[in-house]
Design a protein around this ligand. Structure first.
Ligand SMILES: C[S@@+](CC[C@H](N)C(=O)[O-])C[C@H]1O[C@@H](n2cnc3c(N)ncnc32)[C@H](O)[C@@H]1O
Length: 353
């Protein structure tokens, strides 16, 4: 039986937050079923380009079918977004107008009975986004010391019963499949009433650990800024507080000029802002969207715009003005190659000076 397609979350809001421009260049770092990618392509075509990345080869397969009518505008890469910068440079995809992260896992992965992401189906304890990864959920659940397991379930699941769950897991080893793990966790959580299934937090924790999700995301965010052209947009949809905290702190820090501790009287850090936050408050799905797609309920969107120093800004504007005199219809958004050249020129100039 075919599993239901992944329904993209906050699609209209993503298009707005990315300020999608006809003819623009965008990166979807979490291609999944290609839902957001299709919406972006609809707005940038003809002439636009999209680079789609996913660690999961199944996602690439399914998205390439969905996006087949845009075959000349799409480049799909099966890789981890922790390699974002090198993927873009290798494919000459710099600078770009916008970068999207829609974190977590897709319905395609959750509903796949072989992948082990869900506590609803019996499946091997796998949970890897890519079959090339070495560590599986089974390695963590069956081999990690109790202390380490408890720490991981507490840190990545924010599970208050982490110690008891870890103790039960260690006592019941070997654990052979997802349903066995879910039953052991349920016993550890006890009879407390919760809005969510008792195994939700532990499964989230193990999945984050298997895929090193938070570490990879933090590293990719840092790389993203360098790939954005002038006024390029960075948009992130997160699904739990650990992810959202990373985005919030990152965007706050990168929107601030000095990040010295408050007790330091004169700035010593030399940090300059590279982002401007677009929405100070998070954007969440409407009640109608949640009704249509209950999996969207925990989604939180944050967006920021790439800014550059005033001096660099004036020089680029000057260059663009003279370019516009030669080609009156030239527009900054339609000239990624010019921007790239300009950025290289400034890099050289700043070394010389
Ligand atoms: C929520 S889904 C994206 C759904 C997609 N926006 C759509 O509209 O169909 C998240 C996707 O990100 C991928 N992913 C998660 N972490 C990744 C990473 N570090 N590198 C590459 N892909 C990743 C997952 O494999 C999954 O397919």
């Amino acid at each position: 039986m075919m599993s239901p397609a992944h329904i993209p979350v906050l699609t209209e809001e993503v298009i707005q937050a990315l300020a999608v421009q006809p003819g623009g260049r965008y990166i979807d770092c979490t291609l999944g079923g290609g839902g957001h990618a299709a919406a972006i392509l609809e707005h940038i075509s003809p002439g636009g380009q999209l680079l789609g990345i996913d660690a999961d080869p199944e996602a690439i397969r399914s998205a390439s079918q969905r996006l087949s009518k845009y075959v000349n505008s799409v480049l799909l890469i099966n890789d981890n977004f922790v390699n974002l910068k090198s993927i873009c440079y290798k494919n000459d995809f710099v600078p770009v107008h916008g970068i999207l992260f829609d974190l977590g896992l897709s319905s395609l992965q959750l509903n796949d009975n072989e992948r082990g992401f869900s506590f609803q189906h019996k499946a091997p304890l796998d949970m890897r986004f890519s079959p090339d990864q070495e560590i599986t959920a089974s390695d963590i659940v069956n081999d990690y010391p109790e202390e380490e397991l408890a720490r991981l379930i507490w840190t990545y699941g924010e599970e208050t019963a982490a110690r008891r769950i870890a103790r039960n897991i260690v006592q019941e080893r070997p654990i052979n499949n997802t349903l066995e793990l879910a039953r052991i966790v349920e016993r550890g959580v006890g009879k407390r009433q919760r809005k969510i299934h008792p195994a939700t937090k532990t499964f989230q924790a193990v999945r984050i650990a298997v895929n090193k999700e938070l570490d990879h995301f933090e590293l990719a965010l840092k790389q993203a800024i360098d790939l954005l052209g002038y006024q390029g947009r960075l948009v992130v949809i997160s699904y739990h507080s650990l992810e959202d905290r990373i985005v919030k702190q990152f965007m706050q820090k990168e929107s601030t000029n000095c990040i010295c501790p408050p007790e330091v009287p004169i700035c010593t850090c030399g940090h300059t802002a590279s982002l401007r936050q677009i929405n100070k408050r998070i954007i969440a799905p409407s009640p109608e969207e949640i009704k249509r797609n209950p999996r969207s309920r925990s989604a939180r969107l944050r967006a920021a715009e790439h800014i550059i120093g005033q001096e660099e800004h004036y020089s680029i504007m000057e260059e663009l003005r003279s370019a516009a005199e030669i080609r009156p219809n030239a527009h900054v958004w339609k000239r990624p190659a010019l921007l790239k050249k300009l950025r290289q020129t400034y890099a050289v100039l700043s070394i010389v000076n």
